[in-house]
Design a protein around this ligand. Structure first.
Ligand code: MLT
Length: 412
């Protein structure tokens, strides 16, 4: 028998969202009536139809594929030039950010990108994550063997540096006292819905440059930023080209969770080092990795993503964001009215809520499921600092969110 990767055995439970789905399935099977009125505000999965501009572009691309002269087989592993250019121009250069099309790598999702990026980093790096955190960052490090076992009580994995986030620091951690090599930051934040200011991000960039660290900056939710003072990209901060990788996704802005398209930005100026101290380009390593392990996102999908940057596409994305942010505003209001302490929901599609005194986050999950027939995400699933909190996703229809608000008011 082949030996297995025993790092997987360090993971105590299933991945958070399948685990929630499993519990919800068990509940709905034994409560068929409640199942009929169930509303899912757990996983941050979009609900509204794909923008029309995207659908037209994808239809056209399908037709092209039906003609020999315009048929596309394997595409460039790093992505088609038309999409990389549209991204560079619209997401970066139009904001005065110096990012070129060939520093952008198209993929089929940010979950894969944030996990796969570990391929290009060696063993023995000191890795910092926020707590609470998007669980992919932790689990993929466990799988890659970058951690020791989990602590029985807290669930924290040995070897990782956990940076506690709470209302006290606005859910943006201070830089560590000691040097770390890799730091995962996600702003607007999943799960807390917090944002990081230009000043806070500048402190992080300065820290990273001083210590030779790399910031792995997940900006999947940047389209939800309402406050014009908040940076949309880490590359808005001076010096970030020398110390940051950015992850972006079309899932939450263009409604692509089921279509799959995302991208990673790695500046050519960004370096890692060999054990012997020789500098190596991380851009070159990722490009090499992409060419070997990935054959590119589908042509049809990339044409769809390109359409998000047309005038129609942009206005349709704006409408989607307005819709989900309208939901977030309603949820925040309903929680406040129910005398719950609530954060987020102002520049992000997640509302982060304190559980009532003495109620754990999984107890709150059960309570919401049993009493309100609403699925939320228990904060503990995002790390030990998430205990005592729960997350409500604003990704839903308006009617469902209004109903959730009514049910929150009835929770005892
Ligand atoms: C979430 O609910 O945290 C997200 O939908 C997960 C994801 O984007 O993979």
């Amino acid at each position: 028998m082949p030996l297995i990767n025993e790092n997987f055995l360090k993971l105590k439970t299933g991945y958070l969202f399948p685990e929630i789905a499993r519990r919800v399935k068990a509940f709905t099977e034994s409560n068929p009536d409640a199942a009929k009125r169930l509303i899912r505000c757990g996983i941050g999965d979009v609900t509204e139809p794909l923008p029309e501009a995207v659908r037209y572009a994808m239809h056209e691309a399908v037709d092209e594929m039906g003609v020999r002269d315009s048929f596309h087989g394997y595409g460039p592993e790093q992505g088609y030039e038309f999409l990389r250019k549209a991204i560079a121009t619209n997401d970066f250069q139009s904001r005065g950010i110096n990012i070129e099309a060939d520093e952008i790598f198209i993929s089929d999702g940010s979950k894969c990108d944030t996990g796969n990026i570990l391929d290009i980093f060696g063993k023995g790096n000191k890795i910092a994550i926020t707590d609470p955190v998007y669980p992919v960052y932790v689990d993929t490090n466990v799988m890659a063997g970058n951690t020791r076992d989990a602590d029985e009580k807290t669930g924290a994995f040995g070897g990782l540096v956990y940076m506690k986030c709470s209302p006290r620091n606005g859910f943006v951690p201070p830089v560590p006292k000691k040097k770390v090599d890799l730091v995962y930051l996600c702003y607007p934040n999943n799960p807390t819905g917090a944002v990081a200011t230009r000043e806070q991000l500048t402190v992080w960039v300065n820290y990273a440059r001083e210590h030779g660290s790399v910031l792995l900056f997940d900006a999947a939710y940047e389209a939800y930023i309402q406050d014009p003072a908040i940076p949309h990209s880490i590359f808005e901060i001076e010096g970030a080209r020398d110390c940051a990788i950015e992850f972006r996704s079309f899932s939450k802005n263009g409604g692509f969770t089921g279509v799959r398209c995302a991208f990673v930005v790695i500046p050519k100026t960004l370096m890692g080092t060999t054990k012997a101290g020789a500098k190596q380009s991380l851009h070159a390593l990722w490009s090499r990795r992409h060419s070997t392990k990935f054959n590119g996102a589908s042509y049809i999908v990339q044409r769809g993503a390109e359409a998000l940057y047309t005038d129609e596409g942009k206005s349709q994305v704006r409408a989607l964001i307005e819709h989900y942010m309208g939901n977030a505003t309603l949820l925040v209001k309903a929680c406040k009215k129910a005398k719950l302490k609530v954060y987020g929901g102002a520049n992000a599609p997640y509302v982060w809520v304190r559980c009532p005194e003495g109620v754990t986050s999984w107890q709150m999950f059960d309570k919401m499921l049993n009493e309100a027939n609403v699925v939320i995400t228990p904060g503990a699933g995002f790390g030990s600092a998430g205990e005592g909190w729960f997350r409500i996703s604003a990704f839903n229809s308006r009617a469902n969110v209004e109903e959730v608000c009514r049910r929150i008011a009835e929770i005892k």
